[in-house]
Design a protein around this ligand. Structure first.
Ligand code: C2O
Ligand code: CU
Ligand code: CU
Length: 479
């Protein structure tokens, strides 16, 4: 089948207490879509890789006129793309040249918490650096890096602290799908901003407790981007890197998009659709086949009715290799019969947002799960009044699998591994979750201002050897 709707509850799209910010056309010429460089290792052996990730301030020419003051990783805005090979051990130097502390969170990487995971408890202070070491041991996936100082994640990400981090493995590399970075396999980081006087961003002026948004679409840091398509098949790796915005994507002529991967890697089978909604922090990979177009044609990617990226069709290198009908095995064990079921209730809007009736406390452990055990988590969104709003729920510490939505089957493109799932108003999503590393991990709504506003909690993954292990957690007021 070819799916032709967005799956989610339409009445909840864009709900915003303080007023939705619709996308507007920015009046400037089209620019080639930025394709960030791939970060070069400092050193590499057969088993180990050394990298430096440098958070730095800079200035970026985004729109005509004055440059915009921005932050980025190893570049002035967003980041160079980091490529991890599954099976290797990484030694990453985290370097901070920003005027304030930040953290480096590996969203979607399966690593120990809370210090390597890089959430709130892992600050790197200005002019300092620190080395972390971890082994990457998970299927190929599009993960990402973003800053996560609590409660300033929204501020940091708005300034530009977000980068793609791919995991590769032999299985994914062996599939007949596009792999040529920047040519037929491209990153697409979806964000929105408002350009104020002298083309500057002003987070405080645009701040909204229900999620900060701007009217101008910015993809990989490019406003009004275009991309020259030179291959029949193009793989797009989308990341919703916006603080708040959901993107409802579709192409000219309702061209079919074939989804091959979600947050945690390949789907078991490709899913064809003409419309796709991505919510904050989710990733989704698509293959588009341009075989029916000829050189000189243009195809647009839209979000709702706004064109956000133009594809210029060139002479297309033929690629008739069919996308495999089976992409990957995605096994996930079931919980033991008497395993506890964890409850997560996301409620409120604006300043009233809460998780399980509480605001986030950095020193408080809200839940516990044993290392290596699979358990159900029931995630409820109580915003059922007046349309309500969607909350994209995220867990640190690994990938889960979606079991059901209000007792019904998950959407057809939700059968792979996920770390973020959008929950409709009045809905309970059941997931099963296993942690492969111990530590303290956050779980929260990924509308970043909800997370900063307290719709967040943390849990401890414990081991039989040391069930009450104490971690040196950082108190919020030490910021
Ligand atoms: Cu994308 Cu708590 O993170
Ligand atoms: Cu995360
Ligand atoms: Cu939320």
């Amino acid at each position: 089948p070819i799916y032709t709707d967005y799956f989610f509850n339409e009445s909840a799209y864009d709900y915003h207490d303080g007023g939705y910010v619709p996308l507007e056309k920015y009046d400037s010429p089209t620019m080639p879509l930025n394709i960030p460089a791939i970060l070069k290792p400092d050193k590499e052996t057969d088993t180990d890789v050394w990298l430096t990730v440098h958070a730095q301030p800079g200035e970026t020419q985004i729109v005509p006129g004055p440059k915009t003051k921005t932050w980025g990783y190893n570049q002035s805005l967003l980041g160079q793309t980091i490529v991890f090979k599954s099976g290797k051990t990484y030694h990453v130097t985290l370097k901070n040249s920003l005027p304030e502390l930040t953290t480096f969170h590996w969203h979607g990487l399966d690593v120990p918490g809370p210090f390597i995971d890089g959430g709130c408890h892992a600050p790197v202070y200005p002019e300092q650096d620190k080395e972390i070491t971890f082994k990457v041991d998970q299927p190929a996936a599009t993960t990402w890096l973003h800053a996560h100082p609590c409660p300033l994640t929204g501020w940091d990400v708005w300034h530009g602290l977000a980068a793609m981090a791919y995991v590769t493995d032999e299985h994914e590399e062996s599939l007949p799908i596009p792999h040529n970075y920047g040519v037929d396999d491209i990153p697409v980081v979806l964000q929105d901003r408002r350009f104020h006087e002298d083309n500057q961003w002003d987070y405080d002026a645009d701040y909204d407790p229900d999620g900060t948004a701007g009217p101008t679409a910015m993809l990989n840091g490019t406003v009004n981007p275009e991309f020259d398509v030179t291959t029949q098949k193009l793989r797009l790796r989308f990341l919703d890197g916006s603080n708040r915005r959901e993107w409802r994507l579709h192409l000219s002529d309702d061209l079919v998009m074939t989804q091959i991967a979600s947050d945690g890697g390949l789907l078991p089978e490709p899913v064809q659709m003409t419309k796709f909604m991505i919510t904050c922090a989710e990733r989704a990979e698509f293959i588009i086949d341009f075989k029916d177009y000829k050189p000189g044609d243009q195809v647009s990617l839209y979000s709702d009715e706004m064109p956000i990226l133009t594809f210029n069709i060139k002479d297309l290198a033929k690629n008739d290799r069919a996308i495999p009908e089976h992409l990957a095995d995605t096994p996930y064990a079931d919980p033991e019969p008497n395993a506890p079921v964890h409850q997560v209730v996301m409620s409120g809007t604006d300043e009233e947002v809460m998780l399980n009736g509480k605001k986030f406390g950095m020193m408080r452990i809200d839940d516990r799960q044993e290392l290596g055990k699979v358990e159900y988590w029931d995630i409820t969104n109580t915003n059922d009044c007046c349309g309500g709003m969607l909350h994209p729920y995220h867990m640190h510490g690994g990938s889960f699998q979606i079991v059901s939505r209000n007792g019904e089957a998950p959407y057809p493109n939700e059968l792979g591994y996920k770390d973020t799932v959008s929950v409709n108003p009045g809905e309970t999503v059941r997931i099963k979750m296993k942690f492969n590393y111990e530590g303290v991990f956050m779980y929260h709504c990924h509308i970043i201002e909800h997370e900063d506003g307290g719709m967040m909690a943390q849990m401890q993954v414990w081991t039989k050897e040391e069930p009450e292990k104490k971690y040196d957690l950082m108190a919020m007021d030490t910021l």
